[in-house]
Each structure stands twice: as C-alpha cells, then as structure tokens.
Design a protein around this ligand. Structure first.
Ligand code: DX5
Ligand code: ZN
Length: 228
C-alpha cells in the first residue's frame, strides 16, 4: 500500500472544523482524536462532533479513541460515520470481540499501543485488525517531541506483519513531521498522523503533499518494502 497521510484535527481550530477539514483535501483520512480526560489528561470531542464532521467532509474519518471503556463506546463512532476506529489495547476489556464488532458494523478496526506497551503479546491478535497504531508520544496532547525509542517497535511490528503475510496497516502518531517521517517510513510505518506539522503550516494542503513526497521516497528505499 502507498503511504497515507492523515492530518490530525487536534491541532486545527475547533471553532472552524468543517473549514479545517476542507483545508487538507487530498489527505487520505482525517485523524480525529477523542479524549475523555480519564484515559488521558485531556478532553476533546465525542460522537455528536464526529457525526457533524462526517457530514461536512468527503475525507474518511480515522477516529482515535483515547478513552476508557472503548468496548462500550467504540461502536457508536462507527454509527456516527467513522471509516476507521482505533481503540487502545490498554483500555479494551475484550479487544478481539471489540475488533470484530467494529468490522461487523462496517468500519476498519484498529488497535493502539502506548509507548510502554509492547507489541509481542498481541501477535496472535493481529489478523483481527485492519490497522495497528504505534504511539510515538505519550497520548494526550499535540505538539510533543517524537520518541525515537519507538523505532525498534515499528521495525518489529513490520516484521510480524511480513511473517504472517498480513494486510495490516501500520500507523504512527505523535511528533511526525518533516524531520521524523522518513525514519518512521524506513522502519516500516505506512500510515502517518501529523497534527502540528500540518495545521501549524501556513499551507496545510501543501504540508500534506510535502510529507507524502518524503514518505514515498523513504518507503521506496526501505528494505521492508522490497519483495525480493
Ligand atoms: C496525541 C494525538 C495525536 C496528536 C498528534 O495524543 O493522538 O494524534 O494530534 O499531534 P502532533 O502531530 O502535533 O504530535
Ligand atoms: Zn491520535
């Protein structure tokens, strides 16, 4: 799969969400950070805002749920119009059941790992998922510095995807920018969330294009992307 760029509206102007969504037309997905002030120490938006956003933009919504009890809430985000729903492994009571429910309702099912959560215990679950999100900052806030120490986890996850012959997408989120995206792509990521690097730019659509160009080039020279 070609690299995908998903701007995060966490760094957008929340009073102008429809305009901000349109400002990044050409992006693959719009990344929507849902925070409940319990799983993370920050509060953002919920189901009604996702419903309105889904009506306001043709770009599919990639909802990242940083919330407790995702088993209870995640299905509502599919009904609200999200094309992909990500729950956190640390918060889900029954991740396999939840992933199956998200898929059955018609969205892509995705699971996220905080920086201190290893991938290895989840190896057998990967076929149940459409995407795995490796957090490259502690979740909760935009604009934090990229954690280089997550690169080995990205590499190991890409190896597991290859080993099992999976179609799983591998997303990175947190501190992804012009200075870090190539390292992520070379390590094996193929879906890139960028908040401040896109909405902090004077031309967000141009920032998306520039990140895509970098990701494409880094993927082309990465050993994991060669089939031979
Ligand atoms: C952080 C969120 C991210 C955030 C990324 O908890 O999950 O999606 O918007 O913002 P940047 O790209 O500024 O690190
Ligand atoms: Zn996010």
């Amino acid at each position: 799969m070609a690299p995908q760029i998903n701007p995060s509206i966490l760094s957008a102007d929340f009073a102008r969400l429809a305009d901000e969504a349109r400002a990044v037309e050409g992006a693959d997905w719009l990344h929507v950070d849902v925070m409940d002030n319990h799983f993370v120490p920050n509060l953002t938006l919920g189901v009604p805002v996702v419903e309105s956003l889904a009506r306001a933009t043709g770009t599919p919504l990639d909802c990242h749920l940083m919330i407790e009890a995702p088993d209870r809430w995640a299905p509502q985000y599919v009904e609200a119009g999200a094309g992909s729903v990500t729950f956190h492994a640390e918060a889900a009571a029954a991740p396999v059941r939840l992933a199956r429910e998200i898929r059955a309702k018609g969205a892509r099912a995705s699971m996220a790992l905080k920086p201190a959560t290893p991938i290895e215990p989840y190896e057998d679950l990967l076929p149940e998922l459409d995407m795995l999100l490796i957090m490259t900052v502690e979740p909760g806030f935009g604009g934090q510095a990229f954690l280089d120490i997550m690169l080995p986890k990205i590499r190991r996850t890409r190896e597991l995807i290859k080993k099992h012959g999976l179609e799983l997408w591998l997303q990175v989120d947190g501190g992804v920018s012009a200075t870090t995206i190539e390292r992520c792509a070379e390590a094996g990521a193929d879906v890139f969330v960028a908040g401040s690097a896109v909405y902090g730019a004077s031309d967000p659509a141009e920032a998306v294009r520039a990140l895509r160009t970098q990701a494409d080039a880094a993927t082309a020279r990465a050993s994991w992307s060669c089939d031979h």
